[in-house]
Design a protein around this ligand. Structure first.
Ligand code: HEC
Length: 141
């Protein structure tokens, strides 16, 4: 009898934990992530900053950056903002929140550029995301 109670309690706790996990942000579907570009020697200055300048810096520049996140330097772009999480996991583009958010695989209100601002800031192309992935995978130099 006692064992039964313990077992059903374990089951109940397991189910509660599971439903919490499901309610949290759904894991991003990484199969939808555009592949990393096949280009060697990708650098922030040469390849990545121009993408950010066009699509991100109006909100993530030195002046009152949204979410206290700046993309105008390599170091700041890696570090992240008020989320407290690194935006770039060096060497692992598929684990980098910046990539997940820019590839529209994050929760809707975290997609970048913000979904309701796409008339002014269109989504990045698959090629641009691929280049950012290659940059991160190659060590975010
Ligand atoms: C129109 C303004 C705007 C543009 C353009 C924009 N963002 Fe954002 N960004 C925001 C806002 C607002 C937040 C905060 C979202 C939230 O937490 O709800 C944010 C948050 C972020 C974060 C989370 C930072 C942290 O650690 O808190 C990342 C990463 C990010 N943006 C990346 C980008 C990238 C990459 C681009 C360009 C492709 C971009 N954003 C373009 C407004 C913008």
């Amino acid at each position: 009898m006692k064992n039964m109670i313990i077992r059903s309690m374990t089951l109940a706790i397991g189910l509660i934990a599971l439903s919490f996990a499901a309610a949290r942000a759904a894991d991003p579907d990484l199969s939808k992530l555009p592949p990393a570009a096949k280009k060697d020697g990708v650098t922030y200055e040469k390849d990545i900053k121009p993408i950010f300048e066009k699509s991100c810096l109006n909100c993530h520049g030195p002046e009152k950056p949204k979410s206290k996140y700046r993309l105008d330097s390599r170091e700041a772009a890696i570090k992240g903002g008020s989320s407290g999480e690194a935006a770039v996991v060096v060497g692992k583009s598929e684990k980098s929140p910046m990539v997940i958010q820019a590839a529209d695989l994050a929760e809707e209100d975290l997609r970048m550029p913000p979904v309701d601002k796409r008339d002014k800031y269109p989504a990045l192309t698959k090629e641009q995301i691929g280049l950012i992935r290659a940059w991160i995978d190659q060590g975010a130099k």
